[in-house]
Design a binder for this molecule. Sequence first.
Ligand code: WTA
Length: 651
Amino acid sequence: MSDKKPVFKPNKEFAKNAAIKNMCEYHELQDKAMEDYEGYWGDAAKEKIDWIEPFTNVLDESKAPFVKWFDGGKLNVAQQCIDRHLDTRKNKAAIIFEGDRGDVQTITYLDLYKNVNRFANLLKEDFGVKKGDRVVIYMPMIPEAAYAMLACARIGAIHSIVFGGFSAEALRDRIDDAEAKVVITADGAFRKEKPYMLKPVVDAALEGKTPVKKVLVVERNHEDVEWVAGRDYSYNELIKDKSAVCEAEVMDAEDPLFLLYTSGSTGKPKGVQHNSAGYILWAQMTMEWVFDVKENDTYWCTADVGWITGHTYIVYGPLAMGATTVMFEGVITFPDAGRPWAMVENHRINQFYTAPTAIRVLHKMGEEEPAKYDMSSLKVLGTVGEPIDPPAWKWYYEEVGQNKCAIVDTYWQTETGGHIVSPLPGATPIKPACATLPLPGIMAEILDPATGERAEVGETGYMCVTRPWPSQIRGVWGDEERYVKSYFGDVKKDGKPVYFTGDGAVYDEDGYITITGRTDDVINVSGHRMGTAEVEAAIKKHANVAEVAVVGKPHPLKGEGIFAYIVLKADEGVADEVEEVKAINNIIKKEIGNIALCDDMIFAPGLPKTRSGKIMRRILRSIAKGEAITQDISTLEDPSVVAKIETMVKG
Ligand code: WTA
C-alpha cells in the first residue's frame, strides 16, 4: 500500500497568519493534550465559551461510555452564536442567503438576534414549546431553517432536523421516535426555478396517530397547500407581532441540544444525541482551525442543514465564531456547472466546503468552468463525506484552488459532532486524498481490531477514538443499549472498549491517515449514509419479494451506488421486469425517498447463504463489482447460486 503520494506544503504567505501556523504549534497542542487531557480541554472551554456559570469539573468518565463534560457549567448555545457578538459585530453579515433564482439576502448579527428571538417567542407563546420538548424541522435551505434551530436552542427545546429529501414514511418514523410535538416546515422551496414542495409530505407523515400537535409553515414559494385548522399555522402571520427580545433559557452543559437521525448497519436509523457545551466548543474550535476563517472572510459550505455538516459547519460553528456563513437554496449545477464559481466571484468566497460527489459532478459537467470566474478570493477548500478520489482531488486543487489553496480533507461523522482527522491549512503538508492527522486533542488512532494495538503502516485497521472528546455523541435517543453496542462493542484497547467509527483506515510511513471506507453494512451514496437494512426493509414491503440483499457498488459520480439482489416469491416469477423494478423503486421512494433508489436490481434465483441461513454479502459485493470470487463457497447451502448470479450480473 506504499504508492507514495506527492506532498504539498502549506502556502507560506497564508501560513503567516493562520490559526495554527506550523507543525511545531500542532505538536505543542497535541502534546499538551496528551500530558494533561483535562487541563487542555478545560482551558479551551474557559477561553472559547461565554459561560453563564463556570463549570466545576472537566470530564466525568465514571459511567463510561456515558460521559459528562464541563459539569456544573451553564450556558445557552444561541447566546454563544449570537448575543456575544452584538458588541463588536452587530452590523456584520451573519448569514448571506442566495436563493435558487439568484435572490440574495444579507442577515446581520443584529437581524439574526431579532429573528431568532421572535421565532423563540412564537414557539413559546403560540405553540407552548418548553425546555426539553422535541421539535422536528423539515425545511428547505432558507434562513428560517437556521432561525428555527437557534430558536429551539434559545428556549432549550431539542431540535431534530429531517433532510427535506426524505419521504413521508421516513419523516413519520423520526417524528414518532423522538415524540416530537411540533413540526416546523415550509410550503416548499424553489429548485431549478420550479416549486419543490415539502408541506404535502408533512401532511402525509402526520396522518393517523401522531404525537404532533402543531405545525408551523414558513411560506417561501407561496404555492397552494392544505391547511389543517387548529394544527397548521403560518409563520409569516404569527411572527408579525412577536417581540424581538427573548430571554435565553439557562442550560446545563450536558442538556441536549439536538437529535439527528442517521443510518447504522442494522435496524432503523438512530437518533444521535448531541449536548450543549461540548458540541458547540468543538464546532467553534474546528471552524477556527480547519477553515481558518478571518474576521472579514466569507465562508460557504454547500451541505444541507438536514445533515450533520449543515448543523456544525453552516450554522453552529460559523456563528459561534462570529463568521459570515453562506446559505444556498439551489442546486449547484443549475443553471449550469459554473453556478458555484459564479457565487465564489459574486460573494468573494474565501473558504469553500463541499463533498467529493459534488466535485466529481462539477468536474464532469464543467471542467473548464472555474477558469471563467475570478476565483482569487479562495484560500481554503474543504471536502467531506466520503473518500475523495485522486482525479477529483487534482482538479479541485489545480483548477478550483489554482494550485495555491490548501485542501482540507475533513474526516468525521454525525456521531463525532465535528472534524476529528483533518489537515490544518497553514501547518499540515497535504497529500492528495488523505485526511492526514488527528486534530489536536482528539485521540484518533487506527487499531488492529484483533489485538487493540496500533495498526502497522500499510495495514488496514479500524478507525477509533481512544478517549472521550467534548463533541462526541452522548447517546442514541431512547436506547442506551444501542449506543453502547453500536460504538463501544467492537474494539478494545488495553482491555477497555474504545469508540469505533465503523470506518477502516490505514497509516502511511509518515503516520498520515487515509480512510478506506465503511467496514459495516452502511453504504455511502453521494456522501449520504444509507443503511442496507433500511433499503432491504423497504424492498421487502413489495408483496412479490421473498428475499433481498443490498450492497454498495463503486459508482463513478456517487462514490457508491445501491445494488439490490432480489428473490421473488416462487409462484410470482418475473412477469415484466421493467414493471417490477418500477414498483420496487416506488416503494423505496415512499418508504425512504429518492436518495435511496437502487442503481442496479437483479432478480436472482436465490442468495448465497451459509447453512445456518446467513447471507454472504461479501460474495454479493464482489459480484456487484465484477471481481473474481476468492471466498470459499463450497460450504454454502447452494453453491451453484453464485455462478448463476454472476452470469446474470455479467449479462
Ligand atoms: C464517511 C458526514 C472519507 C465515513 C460528516 C464516515 C469520509 C461517514 C470522510 C459519516 C472523509 C466522512 N474521507 N470518508 N473525509 N468524511 N466520511 O455521519 O464513512 O453523514 O463514517 O457524516 O462518511 O457520514 P455522516
